[in-house]
Design a protein around this ligand. Structure first.
Ligand code: ACO
Length: 325
C-alpha cells in the first residue's frame, strides 16, 4: 500500500515581534486581558515589503535543504493561504518559480482559512495515494496582519504572520495498518451556514477592496470547542485508536483555552500538547506546520511518534489528520 510520509519540515517567522504591551499602546487592551483570554504573549509581523510568497518560499527552501532536495525533486506545491500576494495568480505558482521547479509539476492555492493546512495535507495525501504525485510540498503561509483592522481590539490582538512547510514522499512499502509511517487518515468538514461568524468584509466580487477580519468571538469559540472535540474523536475511531495512543497533539494555535478543551477531551496531559500560540499568536493556515516544526526541531517529536493535528476556521471549516511521523 502507498502512504505519504512527512520526510522534512521547516518554518519561517518574520523578524519583527509585537508584544501585548506594544498593542496596548495602540488599542484599549492590556497584556493580562490578552494572555488570560487567549494565551498569546507576542506575535511576529511581516515587514512592509515581505509577502506571503516570500515567507512560504523561505520555509519551503529550508525544508528542501533539510531533506537534501531541490525544487526539481518536487512534483507539486499545495499552498494553504488566506492572504495571497495577489487575487491571482495563485501564490503557489510564485513559490514554484522561486524554488526552481521551472515547468515541472503543478502548484495551486487552497483556501480554508485556519483549517487550510489540514485541507492542503489531505489534498496532497490524496494526490500521492492516487499515484499522480510522488513528492509534494505542503505549505501554510499567512500575512494575516494585512487583513487586520488595527483599531479593532477584538481581532487585532489575536493574529500573527509566518509560514511552515512539509515535504511529503510516497512510500510503497506500507502495510496498510496503523503502525505504518505517514498519513494514516484525514478528515475534512465544513458548514457554510456559519460563514457570517468569521469573515473578511471585502473581496474582488463585492467591495473590490481587501477588507478586514470581522468575528463573533464567542460563537467562534463555542463552535471551535465542539467541532474540534468531534473531529479528533472521528480521527481516532477511524483508526481504532484512543487518546492515550497519541504521543503529540499538534493543534491549530488560535487560543490556549480551545486547545486545553480538546486535550481534555482526548485525556492528554499538557506535556503532550505542542503549544506555540504564546509566541506566534494565531497564524491561520501556518499555525500547524509552525508548531509541528517547533517540536521536531527541539527534539520532542521523533520518528515513529503518532501525531494528531486538528484545526477550525472561517466557513466554518474544520478537520483533522492522524500522522505517524
Ligand atoms: N482587550 C480588552 N478587552 C477586550 C478586548 C481586548 N483586546 N477584546 C474584547 N474585549 C472586551 C469586550 O468588549 C467585552 O467587553 P464588555 O463585556 O464590556 O462588552 C469583554 O472584553 C468580553 O468580550 P468577549 O468577546 O465576551 O470575550 P471572550 O471571553 O469571549 O474572549 C475571544 C474573546 C478571546 C476573542 C474569545 O471569544 C475567542 O478566543 N474566540 C475564538 C476566536 C478565535 O480563535 N478566532 C480565530 C479564528 S477561528 C479559529 O482559529 C478557531
Amino acid at each position: 500500500m502507498r502512504r505519504a510520509r512527512i520526510i522534512s519540515c521547516a518554518s519561517y517567522l518574520p523578524e519583527s515581534v509585537i508584544t501585548n504591551d506594544d498593542l496596548a499602546k495602540r488599542v484599549d487592551t492590556t497584556h493580562d486581558w490578552i494572555e488570560q483570554r487567549t494565551g498569546i504573549k507576542s506575535r511576529h509581523i511581516a515587514a512592509k515589503d515581505e509577502t506571503t510568497s516570500d515567507m512560504a518560499t523561505r520555509a519551503a527552501q529550508r525544508a528542501l535543504e533539510k531533506a537534501g532536495l531541490t525544487g526539481q525533486d518536487i512534483d507539486a506545491v499545495f499552498l494553504a493561504t488566506t492572504t495571497p500576494d495577489q487575487t491571482f495568480p495563485a501564490t503557489a505558482v510564485t513559490v514554484q518559480d522561486k524554488i526552481g521547479m521551472g515547468d515541472k509539476g503543478f502548484a495551486f492555492d487552497i483556501q480554508a482559512v485556519c483549517s487550510g493546512f489540514i485541507y492542503a495535507l489531505a489534498t496532497a495525501d490524496n494526490f500521492v495515494k492516487s499515484r499522480q504525485v510522488s513528492r509534494a510540498l505542503v505549505i501554510g503561509a499567512e500575512r494575516f496582519s494585512s487583513l487586520l483592522d488595527w483599531n479593532d481590539r477584538t481581532t487585532c490582538v489575536l493574529f500573527g504572520d509566518g509560514a511552515g512547510a512539509v515535504i511529503l514522499e510516497a512510500d510503497d512499502s506500507a502495510q496498510g495498518t496503523k503502525e505504518d509511517s505517514g498519513i494514516l487518515s484525514t478528515h475534512l468538514h465544513s458548514e457554510g451556514a456559519h460563514r457570517g461568524q468569521l469573515y473578511v468584509d471585502g473581496g474582488p466580487a463585492t467591495t473590490q477592496t481587501t477588507g478586514h477580519v470581522r468575528m463573533n468571538g464567542r460563537e467562534v469559540f463555542r463552535h471551535a470547542v465542539t467541532r474540534m472535540g468531534e473531529v479528533v474523536v472521528e480521527a481516532l475511531q477511524a483508526n481504532g485508536l484512543e487518546g492515550k495512543d497519541i504521543q503529540w497533539l499538534v493543534p491549530h494555535q488560535a487560543n490556549k483555552r480551545i486547545i486545553d478543551a480538546t486535550a481534555q477531551k482526548l485525556g492528554l496531559p499538557p506535556e503532550r500538547v505542542v503549544l506555540t500560540v504564546e509566541k506566534h499568536g494565531n497564524t491561520s493556515a501556518a499555525s500547524i506546520p509552525l508548531a509541528l516544526c517547533t517540536a521536531v526541531e527541539d527534539g520532542r517529536i521523533r520518528s515513529g511518534d503518532l501525531i494528531l493535528m486538528e484545526a477550525m476556521g472561517g466557513g466554518f471549516t474544520w478537520g483533522a489528520a492522524l500522522v505517524r511521523y
